[in-house]
Write a protein that binds this ligand. Structure first.
Ligand code: PEP
Ligand code: MG
Length: 617
């Protein structure tokens, strides 16, 4: 990709956070926001919000009978907007004082406009009098109001412009909540743009094209949420949880996203720009160095082989996976195939999709996880097909998620299993069940699988021999602690440390406010990983880690020491993890893990992990 000066990015680089440094040559207008480092690398480019440009709503009319329903839609979108802004207000306390002073009054102005304001009254009146949709009514009313503000004589012109822009901004927010669509405007962002959004859902992140977008930052989000997982998979430098960002940004303004330090800088001064450009060069050099590891074996110094596989969400990751030297796919998150579409993919479409991935892996195994709907993963097509309610449970992470939904929705499950079995004719495949908590779920899933096999045989389909192994995610404390019983009836385990940490610590993985409490090194999480691993090894069941923990080279000595020899991660992380493995001795790791598992204090554990001697491979 050709990038111009000031529109560039570098991916890869060191993991983990670093305190942001103020540049001595910071421009007076430079603003820096601290968020959570999500995906390493630096991006420099013009900033665009998710609604800029191209949030135009086509004019649409309604029937007189729909006035009331349209008014209710508008009220729901206003309530949603109010909720978002109230949340933002609550987070202001975490911002530097100058940002609080600037953003606080702005949020108050927005909240006033969402009360019984001229904008809201006018939009309701337009729905009733001109029979237009709520989106059209809000846009028309905002247009009229902003025009009137600009035409008011007497006031200073910059103040009038600012107030008019505030009206447009709140209208955009209401319309965004009305349409509830994934942001489709990414394709119209200029090449090399940096995307700065208030919130990026996993479905939105799946629409990002890393060949066009240099980097991403959002005010919401947590370290191990699926949005984070997705941007890492795409190798995009990214920061989440940078509160106040969207209120401060102007479309086209120059921005730096430093995904390693977790900072976003708007209007950078000469010093910050020079530092970011140096980081770009350093990352490119580092990436070149790491790519040389591609053909070297993942093996410890004392000759223990380790399997390194890639996690897969979207076909656009395949080149990155091929380049990483991954030995197959350890976790294919099939839910991304169901996102951003109006109807569900049928058996043929799914079989084609899985087959293309299996073929691309050229004989290396592909572990396909059946649909893990639920939690933060919204899938409009499932709601449209009536498979799930349009509005989720109050507590979606604890509700109808993963295998629970599939066992209720037999047709959905059977269709997917049939597609996977057909794709398994093209190469080695394993089937993975998400969100398992009890043995009865495994038994029920196996029965469904056997039914599907019989049905396909009756249909005359050719099927793989032997059948693909059926494994489970160990991602709930229930599954981890029942691992000995589960190992008796399953063919393999994939430990999902992302959800395991979330459910063990009762900390949402995608919420910025509680991000500091999310800690995979908490002894409770580690003991569950240890228990499940030992159960699998005793029963001679293959066991891997496919959560984000596997992608951090710092955690590898501990995981190896616990006996794990298979890891699956975002492709960009593989070379660095391989480098770490090649510098380690398995016997040192076993002693190290023993020391760690004697500790109960997460701080001490972190200190031990950070202090583990590392040798360059
Ligand atoms: C996990 O929970 O660790 C995992 C790998 O699954 P996901 O991130 O898709 O929930
Ligand atoms: Mg999970």
């Amino acid at each position: 990709m050709n990038r111009t000066e000031g529109a560039a990015s570098a991916r890869g680089g060191a993991q983990g956070g670093r305190a942001p440094r103020r540049s001595p040559a910071a421009a007076p207008s430079e603003r820096r926001f601290q968020g959570i480092p999500i995906s390493p690398g630096v991006a420099i480019g013009p900033a665009y919000g998710s609604s800029e440009p191209g949030s135009a709503v086509t004019r649409q009319r309604i029937a007189a009978a729909d006035i009331e329903a349209e008014g209710a839609r508008l009220e729901a979108a206003i309530a949603q907007s109010r909720k978002q802004l109230a949340k933002l207000r609550a987070r202001l306390a975490f911002l530097p004082e100058d940002s609080q002073a600037e953003i606080g009054p702005l949020i108050d102005a927005y909240l006033r406009m969402l009360g019984p304001s001229r904008l809201v009254r006018g939009a309701h009146r337009r729905i009733a009098e001109t029979l237009v949709t709520a989106e059209t009514a809000v846009n028309d009313e905002a247009e009229g109001l902003a025009g009137a503000i600009l035409a008011t004589p007497g006031d200073e012109v910059t103040g009038r412009r600012r107030r008019a822009e505030e009206v447009h901004e709140i209208a955009r927010r209401i319309v965004r909540n009305l349409t509830r669509q994934p942001f489709q405007s990414f394709a119209s962002l200029p090449e090399g743009a940096v995307l700065l959004a208030e919130q990026l859902r996993p479905a939105d992140a799946a629409l990002l094209d890393p060949a066009r977008i240099a980097g991403v930052a959002a005010a919401e989000g947590g370290r191990e949420g699926h949005t984070a997982v997705m941007v890492r998979a795409l190798g995009l430098p990214a920061v989440l949880g940078a509160a106040g960002l969207t209120e401060a940004v102007r479309p086209g303004q120059l921005a730096i996203v430093d995904g390693t330090a977790g900072t976003v800088t708007l209007d950078p001064g000469a010093g910050s720009l020079a530092a970011a450009r140096r980081a770009l060069t350093a990352f490119a050099r580092e990436r070149g160095r790491l790519s040389k590891l591609r053909r070297l074996p993942a093996e410890t110094q004392d000759g223990q082989p380790v399997e390194l596989q890639a996690n897969f969400e979207l076909p656009r990751e395949l080149p990155l996976i091929a380049h990483s030297g991954a030995a197959g796919i350890g976790l294919l998150r099939s839910e991304f195939l169901f996102m951003n579409r109006e109807s569900l993919p049928d058996e043929d479409a799914q079989a084609e999709h899985y087959r293309s991935v299996v073929e691309a892996m050229g004989g290396d195994p592909v572990t396909i996880r059946v649909l893990d709907w639920g939690g933060e993963k919204e899938i409009e097509a499932l709601a449209a097909a009536g498979v799930v309610p349009e509005y989720g449970d109050a507590n979606p992470a604890l509700g109808m998620r993963g295998i629970r939904l599939l066992l209720r929705q037999g047709e959905l499950f059977e269709t997917q299993l049939a597609a996977i079995l057909r794709a398994a004719m093209a190469g080695p495949v394993r089937i993975l069940l998400p969100m398992v908590t009890t043995l009865s779920e495994v038994r029920a899933a196996r029965e469904v699988l056997e039914r599907v096999v019989r049905r396909l045989r009756r249909r005359g389909e050719r099927l793989p021999e032997p059948m693909p192994p059926l494994g489970i995610m160990i991602e709930t404390p229930g599954a981890a602690l029942a691992a000995d019983a589960l190992a008796l009836e399953t063919d393999f385990f994939a430990i999902g440390t992302n959800d395991l940490a979330m459910y063990t610590l009762a900390v949402d993985r995608s919420t910025a406010e509680v991000a500091p409490l999310y800690d995979p090194l908490h002894p409770a999480v580690l003991r569950l990983v240890q228990f499940a691993t030992e159960a699998a090894l005793r029963m001679r069941r293959p066991v891997s880690v496919c959560g984000e923990m596997a992608a951090d080279p710092h955690f590898i000595p501990l995981l190896l020491g616990l006996g794990l020899r298979s890891f699956s991660m975002n492709a960009a992380a593989i070379p660095r993890v391989k480098q770490a493995i090649r510098a380690l001795r398995a016997d040192d790791c076993a002693r190290f893990a023993h020391r760690i598992m004697e500790r109960a204090d997460p701080e001490q554990i972190r200190a031990l992990i950070d202090g583990f001697p590392r040798v360059e491979a």
